[in-house]
Ligand binder design. Sequence first.
Ligand SMILES: [Zn+2]
Length: 170
Amino acid sequence: MPTPPPISQGQSEPDLIIRSSAVHGAGCYTLSPIVAGTRILEYMGPHLSKSAADERYAERDITYLFSVGDHGEVIDGFGAAMFINHHCSPNCQTEEDEERIFILALRDIAAGEELTYEYHLHDSDQDDQPCFCNAPNCRGTMFSVAEVRRRKKLGLPLTLRKPTRQSSPA
Ligand SMILES: [Zn+2]
C-alpha cells in the first residue's frame, strides 16, 4: 500500500490514508473530521502538455491526468489526491487556483469517510467511463453532462450504469 506524501497546506492537516475502496480500487480516506470549505490537499504532480501525456501513456490503461489551465496542460498526478475516486454524490470538489488544483470539502466530512469528487470527464483516454459509485443519483458514467450529450450525438461508446440497489425490471 503506497504511503501518501506529507501534505503541506498549512493549518491543521487532516490525516489521510489510502486503502481499498468500496467505490473502485484504492481510495483516499480521512481519519480526522474535516470542516466544509477546507482545502484538504493539492493534486500534486508535474505539468505536461496533453500530447506529451498521451505519448507517455499510450500503452497504459490507467492514468492520473488532471486538466489544468486553458492551454491543454495536464497534471500527471502522484500522491494522495490521485487516489480520490469519482462519486456522483461527492463530499469534495476540485478548485483551480493559478494552474494548481486543490481538493475542497463540499460539506463537513466525518472521520473514516472516503473522499470523493465529480470527475466531469470530457477528454478521456478510455472509450467509456462507467460509474460504480452506486449513489441514489448516480449518473452511471464519470463523463460530464456535456460529454454525455456529445457522445450520444456522435454515437460513441457510452455506458450508463444503473445503481445496482435500485435495479428494477426493465
Ligand atoms: Zn456514480
